[in-house]
Design a protein around this ligand. Structure first.
Ligand code: B12
Ligand code: SF4
Length: 464
């Protein structure tokens, strides 16, 4: 089969700071290629939109798979699927990825027949089976994780071996356009998958059912050695949770004499606990680190269920400074903030030497706060769910809130990426595809059940 795999365009956030290769889609591509299909990959983060129609017209794919990690990309993906069915009525369409997994059925409804199925969970194992089904094999709705208008298959399975399908990087054109800050050009690699913590605002853990899997050190280093770019973004949710894994990969990287500059994301407590492993990686080329500090008060940390105390955050910043790393910190702004709270954060941010980034508290489908947040979301517009817009009621009038947010961003970045008029205008756009709010009759008391939260269930695979 001729199979086209498509990643949608970038969001506001990644227009300027960073743009990274679609690693998940490249892994799916590797599995689909291994099953004997002819595959092309189109990343609309780096190709202009007309390229999509051109490819449909000239190459005439028989199946298309869209990657939908970001909720804000839902309308775009639905429109792209509609275009495909209009131009090539016989072409079969599947949509997978992080956000697709949490709004699987709604996507089918929005698309009105233009999407044949959504695929929940990891794609490497299941995408080739969906293609078999498209070609006349088993019924789609009998496959694990697959959702069709006619029904859903059993729960999705976790792939047993992360090393089985190294990313098909050869399929991604314009690789020089991937960068993060001065790490330009920059490739991405994955050493581990999943996160054992359970922060309330995050869906990384519900997606993977709180599992945590590690690539074998040999496979991790082999993948790294195959990367041509001099810079590498390690996409793991929390890098080097287990020090011994970090050391084992470092040994293999050294053995292959791989020299790169690295960017990674981790938690404050992990950095403090595993200082030696980060020190070793600093010697191997680790330069930049993103720390999800999230809040500068104990109450905020508790609300996010970060399971870290302020003292650990401060200690982590000291460790990073001692190791000579450039650190970016994320702080979550709450729509409930008033001018005083913004001012406190600005003052704090000016006092620390690190780069401070700010996002807005956003309850995403798949997170615990999506089910428990007592404030009603103010919009059903998927495009506003990008952590740069307020989707919960703001204590300040919305325009005033954005003024404070933008002012804080200006202070933090010394750049003028954000603009109050642009952010406000985004709320006024007509909504074609509306996000479905959680169907609640009574408020949830305590924690929601795993059945409501998880995509992958914790028991479906052994962890290493
Ligand atoms: C790396 C990363 C990024 C990279 C982008 C990489 C890229 N181009 O795709 C950067 C740093 C740019 C980024 C930015 C943002 N990110 Co981000 N990101 C991640 C992260 C940490 C890992 C993604 C990854 O590469 N995983 C490894 C690969 C192998 O897995 P994967 O992509 O999920 O693909 C698998 C499956 O999803 C599935 N699949 C994927 N595509 C397809 C297609 C088909 C057809 C099929 C069948 C299956 C399938 O199979 C794949 C293989 O198993 C995730 C967290 C997570 N654990 O997923 C957050 C995450 C996806 N990001 C998130 C967010 C909020 C953002 C931002 C909006 C803001 C921010 N501050 O982070 C921006 C906006 C991005 C944009 N589009 O412009 C949220 C998504 C929330 C949501 N529901 O929309 C996540 C879940 C983080 C979180 N903790 O909440 N991000
Ligand atoms: S925010 Fe980080 S530590 Fe918390 S659950 Fe998500 S990935 Fe894990």
């Amino acid at each position: 089969m001729r199979v086209l795999l498509v990643h949608p365009s970038p969001l506001l956030f990644s227009e300027i700071y960073l743009r990274l290769e679609p690693l998940g889609l490249e892994r799916v591509a590797a599995a689909v290629e291994a099953a004997g299909h002819e595959v092309r990959l189109l990343d609309l983060q780096v190709f202009r939109p007309p390229r999509y129609r051109e490819l449909l017209a000239s190459w005439r794919p028989e199946a298309i798979g869209f990657s939908l990690n970001y909720l804000a990309n839902v309308p775009e993906v639905v429109e792209l699927a509609r275009t495909a069915k209009a131009m090539l009525p016989g072409c079969r369409v599947m949509v997978g990825g992080h956000s697709a997994s949490f709004v699987a059925r709604d996507l089918l409804e929005h698309a009105g027949g233009a999407i044949d199925c959504t695929v929940r969970g990891e794609g490497e194992g299941i995408a080739p089976r969906v293609l078999e089904s498209f070609a006349g094999g088993a019924a789609l709705e009998s496959l694990p994780g697959v959702v069709t208008p006619d029904g859903s298959g059993p729960p999705p399975l976790l792939v047993p071996d992360l090393a089985a399908y190294p990313p098909a990087r050869h399929l991604a054109g314009r690789r020089r356009r991937y960068f993060i800050g001065e790490l330009d050009p920059c490739a991405s690699v994955e050493f581990t998958r999943g996160c054992p913590w359970d922060c309330t605002f995050c869906s990384a853990w519900t997606f993977y059912g709180r599992s945590y899997r590690v690539l074998s050190p040999e496979a991790a280093a082999e993948d790294l050695a195959s990367v041509r770019e001099p810079n590498v973004f390690i996409v793991d949710d929390v890098a080097f949770i287990r020090g011994e894994d970090g050391f084992a990969i470092a040994d293999q990287v050294e053995r292959r004499n791989v020299r790169k500059r690295y960017y990674l994301e981790t938690r404050a407590d992990v950095l403090v606990r595993n200082r030696e492993v980060f020190e070793r990686w600093a010697k191997l080329g680790l330069r930049y680190m993103f720390l999800g500090i999230e809040a500068i008060d104990e109450e905020g940390l508790r609300r996010h269920r970060k399971r870290v105390h302020l003292g650990e955050n401060e200690r982590a910043l000291e460790v990073a400074r001692e190791l000579g790393l450039v650190v970016a910190i994320n702080i979550i702004a709450d729509p409930d903030w008033d001018e005083r709270r913004f001012e406190i954060v600005r003052q704090w941010a000016l006092e620390v030497p690190e780069i401070v980034n700010m996002t807005i508290n956003t309850p995403y489908p798949g997170t615990e706060t999506w089910l428990t947040e007592s404030r009603r979301v103010t919009t059903e517009d998927y495009r506003l769910f990008d952590v740069q817009h307020a989707v919960l009621p703001t204590r300040l009038p919305l325009g005033r809130f954005y003024q404070e947010f933008v002012r804080t961003q200006d202070v933090l970045n010394r750049k003028h990426l954000y603009n109050v008029d642009r952010l406000l205008a985004d709320h006024a756009r007509p909504v074609t595809y509306a996000l479905r709010r959680p169907q609640r009759t009574a408020p949830i008391v305590g924690r929601p059940s795993p059945a409501e939260l998880y995509v992958h269930h914790p028991t479906s695979v052994a962890t290493r």
